[in-house]
Design a protein around this ligand. Sequence first.
Ligand SMILES: NC(=O)c1ccc[n+]([C@@H]2O[C@H](COP(=O)([O-])OP(=O)(O)OC[C@H]3O[C@@H](n4cnc5c(N)ncnc54)[C@H](O)[C@@H]3O)[C@@H](O)[C@H]2O)c1
Length: 283
Amino acid sequence: MNKVVILGAGTMGRGIAQVSALAGYPTVLTDISPEVLQAGVDGIQDFLAKGIARGKTTEAQRDQCMANLRWTTDLTEAATGADLVIEAVPEVMALKKQIFAQLNDITPATAILATNTSSLSVDEIARASGRADRVIGAHFFNPVPINKLLEIVRGEATSADTLDRLQAFGERIGKTCIVVKDSPGFASSRLGIVMALEAMRMVEQGVASAADIDTAMELGYRLPMGPLRLTDLVGLDVRLAIAESIHGATGSPVFEAPQLLRDLVAAGKLGRKSGAGFYDYGA
Ligand SMILES: NC(=O)c1ccc[n+]([C@@H]2O[C@H](COP(=O)([O-])OP(=O)(O)OC[C@H]3O[C@@H](n4cnc5c(N)ncnc54)[C@H](O)[C@@H]3O)[C@@H](O)[C@H]2O)c1
């Protein structure tokens, strides 16, 4: 691949651009906001500088990463001649559909168009693109430079060649790839949310405290972080949105959001980012 384009320079896009450029791909990062774009590039440079200070990144790697990275707010300039575009704009279906239709006009017919959506239907985005065989989900995890997982979501029309090429990209940037059929919540969100929602129901029913439920999963099941601590990290509002989206798509009661989750979100207790959630962070 001679040109990888990352659309959206927010939390996820900047991390994806970093790992792509670091792995040797000529990479262009683009965003509609010049401020966010500059913050994204500054964030990449900071991340690399910290890596050098900790002995995890070499100066040569940093130089290679920055030499491979370009950035612009001009989508046409960014996407012209692209081999792979990874979209990481906000989780809004109408926006993603509009962008994929636009990318179909700008990029070569052979280009792969990937979406980093965490919950939306890849098939629906693909149908809006005009090239469904070349559309695929590339679900990265936060923080992208550290988290090893890449969940590849294969749509019903995604071609074998598109899957092969994205898998090769994922391996070269150092990720462990899993391949999942397009379905509500994919594999990661679907399974992760069930445990979190059940843990909340257990708190509601007074079965055990949040801390004891997390300890049970951390020590007993050797999870690095219990489901409620993880919910505080991800954001209670984000988890509620995922639960509602999967519940809406499947109708299954296991995805029904507990009243406790709704009450905490309504009270502004969104987890770490707001200073409190299932735990208090003293903010
Ligand atoms: N944050 C996470 O932990 C996480 C994890 C996995 C997947 N995701 C998914 O990744 C996607 C992006 O999430 P994020 O957290 O990085 O969002 P974010 O809000 O931090 O960044 C989105 C960026 O897209 C830009 N943008 C909006 N419209 C644009 C356009 N038309 N062209 C170019 N740029 C545009 C915005 O200016 C913003 O900088 C979402 O689909 C989200 O569901 C997020």
